[in-house]
Design a protein around this ligand. Structure first.
Ligand SMILES: [Zn+2]
Length: 337
């Protein structure tokens, strides 16, 4: 389908922008542009795959190192800290339901499931996991909730309140599978809450909150809570940040709006005995491999934010001298003119 789109774009441009070109060259141009698009997509896909394998390898090493550390602690009579790993999905399309089932079976064998809002102690022995879904897609109600209910697993669903019953209206990456999804309609959301399902707000229109004015961000954060409370009759106490995007003032607005916890997309585990307001989460997909999923719900991707911070520091360090030189050069140029 995408190749067809590329060819179509190529042919439209050829006829509208190059009316005097010899007609015999048009098919060559169309094929050439189509090949470039195909090559660019293949290159992006290979890069994504290589990054995923690199992350998986580091996570495996991190997991092994963590296991040694826990063992060493136990030898000295101390018990390692127990933490909650909150995972988050988006949609669970029909084609991936069997893979989602396999993942839930992995959790049933290797973890204990808690609500995402859990505070207090956690048991030892297995991983402790909370399951959440962002964007409240219809496919979650159809394919995930029955599987979770049959296993007695609790989940939390975060709802963008201005898009109920329609397709996602926010910006997504090209080729994102969620572009085929639909957000649950209001009447479905209203009946969703149960002892096994907690609802949380996910803003009204799913914007990047840190880019809004304070009053617009407040309207998104407070407004979605009020709308969801009116719709369900439930007290809405949890909020998930769209894209994980936030600033210190976003978090402060969430506190002022009356939320008890805010969920980010930073893959750190949660200290459920601490007073932490912002809780990290690990992104999972139904198409994650067995080892990849196991490592994710065991908290083995917790290294990622530290590496990102290190990369940012190094980038700033190397960019600063260049920026300084650029500033000096432009300053000199300014003096000359
Ligand atoms: Zn979202």
């Amino acid at each position: 389908m995408s190749c067809f789109a590329g060819d179509r774009i190529g042919s439209t441009r050829a006829y509208s922008g190059h009316g005097n070109a010899p007609p015999i060259l048009e098919p060559v141009r169309v094929v050439w542009r189509g090949n470039i698009l195909r090559f660019a997509r293949a290159h992006a896909s290979i890069r994504q795959g290589a990054k995923r394998v690199a992350r998986l390898t580091i996570s495996l090493l991190y997991y092994i190192a963590l296991a040694f550390w826990r063992f060493a602690l136990q030898l000295t009579g101390r018990s390692p800290a127990r933490r909650l790993v909150v995972i988050y999905y988006h949609g669970i399309p029909d084609a991936y339901r069997s893979k989602f089932v396999r993942q839930m079976e992995s959790i049933r064998r290797g973890a204990k499931v808690f609500p995402a809002f859990h505070r207090g102690s956690l048991p030892a022995g297995k991983a402790n996991v909370a399951i959440t879904f962002d964007d409240a897609y219809v496919s979650v109600a159809e394919n995930a909730l029955p599987e979770l209910a049959s296993r007695g697993f609790h989940s939390t669903i975060f709802v963008p309140t201005a898009t109920l019953g329609g397709p996602p209206s926010w910006t997504m990456e090209e080729g994102c599978p969620d572009s085929c999804e639909f957000v649950m309609p209001a009447e479905q959301i209203a009946k969703l809450a149960s002892p096994l399902v907690t609802l949380g707000a996910h803003s009204c229109t799913h914007p990047r909150l840190s880019r809004l004015t304070l009053s617009d961000a407040r309207a998104e954060i407070e407004g979605s809570r009020i709308e969801l409370q009116n719709l369900t009759g439930q007290d809405i106490r949890l909020f998930s940040l769209p894209y994980g995007d936030h600033s210190p003032s976003t978090i402060e607005l969430c506190r002022e709006a009356g939320y008890e916890a805010v969920f980010s997309t930073i893959p750190t585990s949660v200290d459920t005995k601490g007073p932490g307001f912002v809780r990290g989460r690990v992104k999972v997909d139904p198409f994650d491999g067995r080892l990849e999923f196991f490592l994710k719900y065991n908290g083995a991707y917790a290294w990622a934010p530290y590496v990102s911070a290190l990369k940012r520091t190094l980038r700033n360090h190397w960019q600063s001298p260049a920026a300084h030189l650029g500033l000096v050069a432009s300053d000199r140029q300014g003096r000359r003119s």
